[in-house]
Design a protein around this ligand. Structure first.
Ligand code: PHE
Length: 341
């Protein structure tokens, strides 16, 4: 439809647009809410005499329909043109062999701990935390260690020099059993509960199966009627899920001052390349029924409640799972080892 000037001029401008940005500008010039030419013309109709208002009104409406359509068509055309030139000019050789970007990942110990939290989570265990810097009270006293127990020896434990209280020396925790105490002493905490906690522990030990820093997963389950049979079931479920469904294991009695009775579980090596370990046993968890004195120490009545505690050696579980012969491989940062996991 032929348009009256000035709208005719706009049609020509739209046709001449070379880019979407140009078109946007003209669209704004026409339809902009404040000062668009068409918007202004429509606004001014009100001030005109009736006869003129009618003809001008019709002109404006016709112009609005034609120009809107023209803008839409032009926009489509410009977009297609854009795609054409992209296909022509912007070529990408997807067969080109580029160096792969190296991506890191979490250390296998941390990934494994996350997996363990999931496995125990399915058995109803919450996740708790505790500090690595501890005191003798949490490391030993409240866990029912006699005052002169050999484990307090500074041959085994890293004590902190210049400790504030000589009666309760600071130290790097030698096991995560400290967190049992902290968890049970938390204000408002009442049995029944199930918790696990994981983290670093420190001991003056170093050989193929001992490291001065390693990781443990501690666990605690207390209620009115938890038994040793429940403990064995939980331990067996854990090693089957976390080590190997067909893992060969054995139970032995063990002594820890904070449990009675105490047990240890060994897993059997399948054998490494040198075959030197094949068939041998590795201790991976200490556990037992929580000693009544420990429950008393945290204000739980041992006549009403009972339960079990356990402490897994994380690296040792991984050693059996992946048949890793030396614990030091976890910590020396050799990428040839780390990249395998
Ligand atoms: N804390 C013990 C250790 O480090 C393991 C353990 C935990 C044993 C809980 C019994 C119960 O060897």
């Amino acid at each position: 439809m032929p348009l009256s000037s000035p709208w005719d001029g706009f049609l020509a401008k739209i046709a001449a647009c070379a880019s979407v940005a140009d078109l946007d500008a003209i669209e704004h010039e026409l339809f902009g809410r404040k000062a668009g030419a068409l918007t202004t013309a429509l606004k001014q109709l009100g001030g005109l005499a009736e006869a003129e208002r009618k003809t001008r009104g019709q002109e404006c409406n016709a112009a609005r329909v034609v120009l809107t359509e023209a803008v839409a068509l032009k926009r489509e055309a410009l977009k297609c043109k854009g795609m054409d030139s992209l296909a022509k000019d912007d070529t990408l050789d997807v067969t080109l062999d580029l160096p792969e970007k190296e991506r890191g990942h979490a250390h296998l110990i941390h990934e494994y701990i996350r997996k363990a939290e999931e496995v125990f989570g399915r058995m109803g265990f919450d996740v708790a935390e505790g500090p690595e810097l501890e005191t003798e009270k949490f490391q030993f006293d409240l866990l029912n260690f006699p005052k002169h127990h050999a484990a307090r020896d500074s041959q085994d434990i890293f004590y902190i020099h210049g400790t504030k209280d000589p009666e309760d020396r600071e130290l790097l925790r030698g096991h995560t059993s400290t967190v049992q105490i902290r968890y049970m002493r938390q204000a408002g905490r009442k049995p029944p509960f199930r918790m696990i906690c994981s983290g670093k522990v420190f001991r003056k030990d170093a050989d193929a199966t001992h490291s001065p820093m390693f990781h443990q997963i501690e666990g605690l389950m207390i209620s009115k009627d938890v038994t040793l049979a429940n403990m064995k079931a939980v331990m067996e479920t854990a090693v089957k899920n976390l080590v190997d469904p067909n893992v060969d294991f054995r139970w032995r009695t063990g002594y820890f001052p904070f449990v009675e009775p105490g047990l240890e579980m060994d897993l059997r090596w399948r054998g490494d390349e040198s075959k030197s370990r094949e068939g041998r046993w590795l201790e991976v968890v200490g556990c037992g029924m929580v000693h009544p004195n420990v429950l008393k120490n945290v204000g739980i009545d041992p006549k009403k409640f009972q339960g079990f505690a356990f402490g897994f050696g994380v690296e040792r579980m991984l050693m059996i799972r992946h048949q890793i012969p030396d614990i030091r491989l976890f910590f020396n940062g050799d990428l040839r080892f780390l990249k395998q996991f």
